[in-house]
Design a protein around this ligand. Structure first.
Ligand SMILES: *[C@@H]1O[C@H](CO)[C@@H](O)[C@H](O)[C@H]1NC(C)=O
Ligand SMILES: *[C@@H]1O[C@H](CO)[C@@H](O)[C@H](O)[C@H]1NC(C)=O
Ligand SMILES: *[C@@H]1O[C@H](CO)[C@@H](O)[C@H](O)[C@H]1NC(C)=O
Length: 273
């Protein structure tokens, strides 16, 4: 009896040792391979992943954009589809949207994805950040550069327009911006007044010429994103918001910009521009 107890104790000790070993290995593997984290002081900072920038045309002269609007993403698996047949209802959720987006990215191999509003659907989303991560998941997984702006339903959950655009601009492979910054501020003397622009999600993405071409260092296409706002009550009537003078002013300024050839250092810098 006594030796059996000792044997059991020994086995138990071995198991414990083995378990500790496994946990240590998992921990080390995770630390070295899977967590791209930087520790600054006692705060953990995650580094945003970016694709090859700047955006540019392919050598065959094409630049394919996949535009996706109105995903109306909610809480994922538990959010049922709207406007489907009664027979489809039980098996249709946000995950069908995810699957569709993955398939279309794979089928089309775009160079850039533009999400143009109502990415998430406030009333169906209990956590805006979580819904955004799920909605843009396929874009982030594809590692393609992507950008988004907001619709009227995006801010109806737990984040306002500014918070949403801040988060979207920080997500992996996103080239979204909250509003024009250095780009326009530097030119304030020339009548550009971006310090006060209405809305969140007004920005200009420059697409450069094909690698090795005459236009390799030139922006040949401007993708302009504008925030057309939310809902407002105007003269007692509840209606949709609109694009304001400050935005048109910026738009006019950007569109008058000559086709500049940027220097290699700017084009090759690690920031977006
Ligand atoms: C980080 O360190 C500072 C200073 O020691 C402390 O005040 C703060 O609470 C710490 N933050 C966390 C998240 O541990
Ligand atoms: C949603 O996905 C499920 C699972 O693949 C599928 O059975 C169903 O037909 C899809 N529904 C629609 C409306 O596409
Ligand atoms: C673009 O810039 C790169 C790096 O400075 C340079 O090597 C190349 O010759 C430039 N191409 C053109 C067409 O100006």
């Amino acid at each position: 009896m006594e030796s059996d107890t000792k044997k059991a104790e020994k086995n138990w000790k071995h198991s414990l040792l083995y378990l500790t070993f496994i946990i240590t290995i998992i921990h080390l593997t995770h630390q070295t391979n899977f967590s791209r984290k930087l520790i600054i002081g006692n705060e953990t900072v995650r580094i945003k992943k970016t694709s090859d920038l700047p955006l540019r045309f392919r050598s065959d002269g094409t630049f394919k954009i996949l535009q996706v609007a109105d995903m109306h993403y909610g809480n994922g698996m538990v959010t049922r589809c709207k406007d489907v047949l009664a027979s489809e209802f039980e098996f249709c959720s946000d995950l069908n949207t995810t699957r569709f987006l993955k398939r279309i990215i794979q089928a089309e191999s775009p160079d850039f994805i533009a999400f143009t509003g109502d990415n998430i659907y406030g009333p169906s989303s209990s956590d805006a950040a979580e819904s955004l991560f799920q909605a843009f998941g396929p874009a982030m997984e594809s590692r393609l550069p992507w950008a988004a702006i907001l619709g009227n339903h995006d801010p109806e959950s737990s984040m306002n327009r500014e918070e949403l655009m801040s988060l979207i601009s920080l997500m992996d492979y996103s080239v979204s911006q909250i509003n024009p910054s250095a780009d326009c501020l530097a030119d304030s003397a020339k009548g550009c007044t971006p310090s006060k622009i209405d809305g969140f999600g007004n920005y200009n993405l420059r697409v450069y010429g094909a690698p090795g071409s005459m236009l390799a260092n030139s922006s040949v296409l401007n993708l302009l994103f504008l925030d057309s706002g939310d809902r407002v009550v105007y003269q007692g009537i509840r209606t949709y918001d609109w694009i304001k003078d400050s935005q048109l002013h910026w738009l006019r300024h950007v569109s008058q910009e000559p086709q500049v050839t940027l220097t290699g250092t700017r084009a090759g810098s690690s920031s977006i521009y």
